[in-house]
Ligand binder design. Structure first.
Ligand code: CDP
Ligand code: MG
Length: 140
């Protein structure tokens, strides 16, 4: 069964949306494998988003991601990576489909409430960024 990493961003945590967001994924059949709330340092946020290091939004994005708590969740399910991306919606909430998390809750292109891995390689990297092997094994 495929696994993917979702991160509820500070705008979602601050507005008390953790439960609503997890509920949307659960109702689509995804299972929580592991979960934690934490606050990333600026350095950790920069490491998490390292693929975007040369993009103009990198500084602002990593300031924002380190500005408050996030919730990291490993979800499991059939085609979990693609499914999660569909449930989240487009990066800019203005372009996101009706009923998607970003359409429902996103504030703007940066503060768009959720992150989801975009490929098997990034899912593996991002799961290992937040969770140790033993935390994942314990959940099986
Ligand atoms: O998150 P997603 O994969 O949909 O988008 P991305 O292109 O990988 O960008 C990562 C994150 O950077 C987005 O979710 C936004 O929070 C932020 N971003 C931004 O602030 N301004 C942009 N023009 C593009 C992305
Ligand atoms: Mg991305």
């Amino acid at each position: 069964m495929e696994r993917t990493l979702v991160m509820i961003k500070p705008d979602g945590v601050e507005r008390n949306l953790i439960g609503k967001i997890i509920n949307i994924f659960e109702e689509k059949g995804l299972k929580v494998v592991a979960i934690k709330k934490l606050r990333l340092t600026k350095e950790q946020a920069k490491a998490f988003y390292i693929v975007h290091k040369d993009r103009p939004f990198y500084e602002s994005l990593t300031d924002y991601i380190s500005s408050g708590s996030v919730v990291a969740i490993v979800f499991e399910g059939e085609n979990a990576i693609k499914k999660v991306r569909e449930i989240m919606g487009a990066t800019d909430p203005k372009d996101a489909e009706e009923g998607t998390i970003r359409k429902l809750f996103g504030l703007n292109k940066e503060k768009n409430t959720v992150h989801g891995s975009d490929s098997p390689e990034s899912a593996k990297k991002e799961i290992n960024f937040f969770f140790s092997e033993s935390e994942l094994i314990a959940a099986e």
